[in-house]
Ligand binder design. Structure first.
Ligand code: UDP
Ligand code: MG
Length: 327
């Protein structure tokens, strides 16, 4: 990057998805503003808060902050669209030469952003935070997340870094690649890996949530994990095929055995148990395979409808944008 005196000052956008973050949002904004002040010598900053349809006072707090600080912009979505879509809306609204995504609960320490910025200046396009420790999370969440990232990597066609969340810096060209990807089951961290360019890891210690509760209950975690796997791999389909073939092979043995009994012995009336096992086993295999197919077809259906990814109810701090269509 050109860092000579006459070069225009780079603009850094910090995108913060927020959903019912009432207990922490004011403190988060305070710390992020402190960060902006601390880099103000050589970098311009904007804070893009995406309110993902919060039902508490998050939106009004954000709007108030936006009126006080010109660097703060708010994108208010029309309802809760989910974390990954909120991140996408933030990236669409961000205007920076580099964009950092950070959670609203201060689990990702704002200080790490300075190191990310330094790496970006060195010429990296993506600097992703890798969690070395995660105090304050349940043993179940840690174990399931660990296993998930390893499984995902086995299945995925592009390598996706282990133990890496969405806390990362991306250069403008990477953000533009992501914005050109229209898929709706968005798994942002995988999409960034797919984009390529020069990427590097930045290990950091993940703090416990400052206040409030996790917005990722088990159900959402499972959904998120399925999205990750199905958007980045067709291996489940191949596995379904493998399972079907294995079942067919076992059935073949059963058929030969049944014929052998019928032709060469006279005990062929018996065998209810074997019959039930065969029917249930084959039924199970078929349902699993149809289910896997169904997951993919459901996603195809979602894509085919071509709905916008999100609906913006209001922009705060975007005079120019307010006239544009909302999505
Ligand atoms: N979030 C969001 N929409 C949602 C769920 C979560 O914008 O539907 C935001 C949330 O406010 C937070 C970030 O996504 O800033 C990560 O969520 P959370 O901290 O609850 O997840 P965890 O850290 O427990 O995995
Ligand atoms: Mg969190």
């Amino acid at each position: 990057m050109d860092t000579s005196v006459n070069a225009p000052r780079p603009l850094l956008s910090v995108v913060v998805p927020c959903y019912n973050e009432d207990p922490v949002i004011a403190e988060t904004a305070r710390q992020l503003r402190m960060f902006c002040d601390s880099v103000a010598a050589d970098t311009d900053t904007e804070l893009v808060f995406v309110d993902d349809g919060s039902r508490d006072s998050t939106r009004s707090v954000l709007k108030l902050l936006g009126e006080q600080d010109a660097r703060i912009r708010v994108v208010g979505l029309a309802r809760n669209f989910g974390h990954q879509i909120a991140v996408t809306a933030g990236m669409d609204a961000a205007r920076g030469d580099a964009v950092i995504i950070i959670d609203a609960d201060l689990q990702d320490p704002p200080d790490v952003m300075r190191l990310m910025l330094a790496k970006w200046r060195e010429g990296y396009d993506v600097v992703y935070g890798t969690r070395t420790e995660r105090p304050g999370e349940s043993a179940f969440k840690l174990a399931s997340a660990r296993q998930f990232y390893r499984l995902l990597n086995k299945l995925s066609d592009v390598p996706i870094p282990l133990d890496t969340g969405d806390f990362r810096l991306m250069s403008r060209r990477v953000v533009d690649v992501l914005r050109a990807m229209p898929e709706r089951d968005r798994f942002v961290r995988g999409m960034v890996s797919w984009a390529g360019f020069k990427q590097t890891a930045l290990p950091y210690q993940r703090a416990p949530r400052l206040a409030g509760v996790s917005k990722y209950p088990l159900r959402k975690m499972l959904r998120f994990a399925t999205d990750g796997i199905l958007s980045f791999s067709t291996k489940p389909l191949q596995m379904a095929m493998g399972l079907g073939m294995a079942a067919a092979a076992v059935s073949m043995l059963g058929i030969i055995y049944a014929l052998w009994l019928r032709v060469f012995t006279n005990i062929w009336v018996e065998g209810w148990t074997a019959l039930m096992i065969a029917v249930l086993f084959l039924g199970g295999v078929q349902l699993v395979c149809v289910g896997i197919l169904g997951e993919y077809i459901g996603r195809i259906y979602g894509e085919v409808k071509r709905r916008p990814l999100y609906v913006v109810q209001e922009y705060v701090g975007y005079q120019a944008r307010a006239q544009e269509p909302l999505f």
